[in-house]
Design a protein around this ligand. Sequence first.
Ligand SMILES: Nc1ncnc2c1ncn2[C@@H]1O[C@H](COP(=O)(O)OP(=O)(O)OP(=O)(O)O)[C@@H](O)[C@H]1O
Ligand SMILES: Nc1ccn([C@@H]2O[C@H](COP(=O)(O)O)[C@@H](O)[C@H]2O)c(=O)n1
Length: 305
Amino acid sequence: MLRRCPLGPPGPQPLRRALPPAAAAVRRRLREVSARRGLRGGARGPAAGAAVRVCRPRRQAGGAAGGREGSRLCLQCAARIPEAGAVLDLLEQCPEHQRKGSFPVVVLEGLDATGKTTVTQSVKDTLNGILLRSPPACISQWRTIFDDEPAPIKRAFYAAGNYILASEIAKASTQAPVIVDRYWHSTAAYAVATEVDGKVQDLPPAHDEVYQWPEDLLKPDLVLLLTVDPEERVQRLQRRGLEKTKEEAELEANTLFRQRYTFLWNKRMEAVLAPVGSVANVPLTLPGQGIPKSKLLGWVVFGKD
Ligand SMILES: Nc1ncnc2c1ncn2[C@@H]1O[C@H](COP(=O)(O)OP(=O)(O)OP(=O)(O)O)[C@@H](O)[C@H]1O
Ligand SMILES: Nc1ccn([C@@H]2O[C@H](COP(=O)(O)O)[C@@H](O)[C@H]2O)c(=O)n1
């Protein structure tokens, strides 16, 4: 049966609800949804499912997933998600303070189809490195479940994934160079674009704390932000021929969301990358068709420290 979601007190920072700033906040959220009061013991069943569905954010003009209010309602009313307990267990096994090994850690970031998979694979082969991706393999079996949940729950899943990935990075970087396909910036860009309604001018300014790298999350040595011309990106998606993801469908259908998301990647994330390591905004063509392979790999020279 459909029920109304009670309105709770306004949260302190709506964006922070969507983008947990630290592991403790991620754990709290996962704990909440893994042991939702009133539905205890009930695994995902029809009644619980109905409760979640009612509380899903309404799609609004200009807002990909209903914006701030939608997120608040959803958090209060979401049904129990047993898989959140499994993610939480894995997160709790990770040491609180992750330390990098002596090998370099390079992250490749960017919108879908900008070439992350292609480049990470190539760099990994060339450097004989270890390739990791976010969300990490140990939780990716639950991805489709969380992708279907309201924004704050979905984001908690990806944020947890980043911390779990951090412990994998810490271990792997004691053995070889580590190449990572997506990390914190992916979580941040999508959370902010989803949570803010309206135009790019309504996005938090560049110095806003929402763009700050979480203090307790292991930092890579280098983050490369890949960009391609928007038309080229769409062509690549079409050529790839995979089924369109929900996110891509949203980007295509919702002009304001598309503008916010691409602005965040192209203008804000670049600013956020700077304190982490070097920044490269790299329009890539396939090696041999423009930027020669050696030059591409030249960017991944680990000069830091
Ligand atoms: N430099 C390039 N020039 C031309 N085409 C490319 C280039 N890099 C990748 N492609 C093609 O674009 C498509 C997307 O590439 P890829 O899967 O590497 O992107 P991605 O950023 O990892 O995407 P996603 O985030 O959706 O997984 C693929 O079909 C790939 O062959
Ligand atoms: N650290 C991450 C990684 C991914 N996401 C979300 O997944 C979307 C894309 O995933 P791909 O399988 O295409 O790489 C991405 O746009 C985010 O919504 C994330 O939030 N955080």
